[in-house]
Design a protein around this ligand. Structure first.
Ligand code: FSX
Length: 295
């Protein structure tokens, strides 16, 4: 790395996760994942990805050594990303993250060790942010979101939630570049659920192309029929994300554009309180649409 380029170390822990969050990031279009890993993604700043079990070339004790070195030698200067919720307490051994001196280390212990030393923590995905699918009822692994674990252990660290199951790659890259360019966000840049307002500031419903159908009470009665998908279980009226304007797969399309109802995957209520997928929301008071009655 050229000496005039500043390097920001980043470690990524994957706990109870389907790895969808990582796959989504690998699909980043601009910058591409190659740009993110190799180039300065903002002028003069390069991300030094030191640990990510799916992407890194290293493995075994050498990889864990780098992880631990990052925590001790880069204290207060590295970004910690966690995808997935974390099994805690009696069930913590459901999710192990390598060994220290021949002894298995739980994801809970590894997270605690790294969280204390990190500059900032990014919860990538709804599982890490709110529990999500990993903590869905009956949650046999006792999985918990990062915020709850930090609070229970008394760790006061700047946490940013980037929910979505999976999150759009831009939501992660945009949040990270914002930190690299101008430091940690102000508290007011995040909403009540610690989501960056830049990406989660508006309801899906507000920019939905089927909004006019909703206003005219023109509802589709079955998939493929013309009309708003509200009766078919669309969670857009209570879901905050910019999917309608950003769209997915390099701006190609998005869920409602493909004729399917939004499942509310960026919300803390997902999935338990928003299921079943294709049933109309029960708790939304239509005249007050825009406020989640489930909170
Ligand atoms: Fe959860 Fe992410 Fe959904 Fe999967 O890391 S937010 S199940 S897309 O992979 O954790």
């Amino acid at each position: 790395m050229r000496s005039n380029i500043k390097e920001i170390p980043l470690v990524w822990l994957a706990a109870s996760t389907c790895t969808g969050c990582t796959i989504s990031l690998l699909n980043s279009a601009a910058p591409t994942i190659k740009n993110i890993l190799i180039d300065p993604i903002v002028p003069g700043v390069h991300i030094n990805l030191r640990y990510h079990r799916t992407i890194m070339g290293g493995s075994g004790t050498k990889a864990v050594k780098v992880l631990k070195q990052t925590s001790s030698e880069k204290k207060g200067r590295f970004v910690l990303v966690v995808s997935g919720a974390i099994p805690c307490g009696d069930t913590a051994t459901c999710c192990l993250m390598a060994e220290d001196n021949g002894k298995p280390v739980t994801a809970e212990a590894r997270f605690e060790e790294l969280a204390q030393n990190a500059m900032v923590i990014l919860a990538m995905g709804t599982c890490g942010s709110f529990g999500g699918i990993a903590a869905a009822a009956p949650n046999p692994a006792g999985a918990q979101p990062l915020k709850k674990i930090l609070e229970s252990k008394g760790i006061d660290k700047f946490l940013i939630n980037i929910p979505g199951c999976p999150p759009h790659p831009d939501w992660f890259v945009g949040t990270l570049t914002r930190i690299l360019m101008s430091g940690l966000p102000k508290r007011d840049d995040l909403d009540h659920f610690l989501r960056p307002k830049a990406f989660y500031g508006k309801l899906i419903h507000e920019h939905c192309p089927l909004h006019a159908c909703f206003e005219k009470s023109k509802f589709a009665g079955k998939p493929g029929e013309e009309g708003c998908l509200y009766e078919l279980g669309c969670k857009g009226p209570i879901t905050y994300a910019d999917c309608p304007t950003r769209r997915w797969n390099s701006g190609t399309n998005w869920v409602i554009g493909a004729g399917a109802p939004c499942q509310g995957c960026t919300q803390p209520e997902f999935p338990d309180l928003l299921a079943p997928c294709y049933e109309k929301l029960k708790d939304v008071d239509l005249p007050e649409i825009g406020t989640s009655k489930l909170r």
